[in-house]
Ligand binder design. Structure first.
Ligand SMILES: Cc1cc2nc3c(=O)[nH]c(=O)nc-3n(C[C@H](O)[C@H](O)[C@H](O)COP(=O)(O)O)c2cc1C
Length: 171
């Protein structure tokens, strides 16, 4: 029941307190990511957890640049987990998405807020993105699946109503 409540009550958070995510909670969230299922158990998803402000701001600018925006697409969240996959080792989007789901649900269970921030694919296609991957000791052919922003929530949004007609039961 606890797990069910967590799944139903997780929301995307777009307002954060300044407080950084502590090591123990970040590690819990990352561990949940490690346990996401992967096709043929390839475990081919990499998570890069960024709390260093300079790097976090660099990622923010790269993400905003994809939209031609000057605003912070990370909504002030102090931590970002970049989820990357190996496109040569299929299925990258499916595996990465399940990791992102685990990260967001684990964050909520740990009392943290989170939100999937898209455009990671475009971020890591650029020369700047590839240089960052190399700096992190990773292959620069990895592709971005999504960014999971993390922090202490400073809002409590309600779930929007579920659309009808999305469940079909046969028998
Ligand atoms: C694939 C995907 C991409 C998303 N990209 C963004 C994004 O770039 N920025 C953002 O604010 N929210 C983003 N979201 C969050 C959705 O807007 C959010 O999940 C949706 O509005 C439902 O709200 P909930 O997560 O609170 O249930 C993304 C979610 C998914 C699954």
């Amino acid at each position: 029941m606890e797990a069910m409540k967590n799944l139903l009550e997780r929301r995307s958070i777009r307002k954060y307190k300044d407080t950084q995510v502590p090591d123990d909670l970040l590690d819990q969230v990352l561990e949940a990511g490690l346990y996401a299922p992967t096709g043929m158990n390839r475990q081919n998803v990499i998570m890069v957890a960024v709390r260093d402000k300079e790097t976090r701001d660099q990622l923010m600018r790269m993400n905003a640049a994809v939209m031609g925006s000057q605003n912070d697409p990370f909504y002030g969240a102090p931590c970002v987990i970049v989820v990357l996959g190996d496109a040569e080792n299929y299925p990258v989007v499916e595996n990465g998405s399940l990791v992102l789901g685990n990260l967001m649900n684990a964050a909520h269970a740990a009392g943290l807020g989170s939100c999937w921030i898209h455009r990671a694919w475009q971020m890591f296609e650029t020369e700047e993105g590839k240089a960052l991957l190399r700096q992190w000791g990773l292959k620069d052919t990895l592709v971005g699946v999504g960014n999971c922003i993390l922090g202490y929530p400073d809002e409590e949004p309600a779930a929007r109503p579920r659309l009808d007609g999305r469940i079909v039961k046969i028998g």
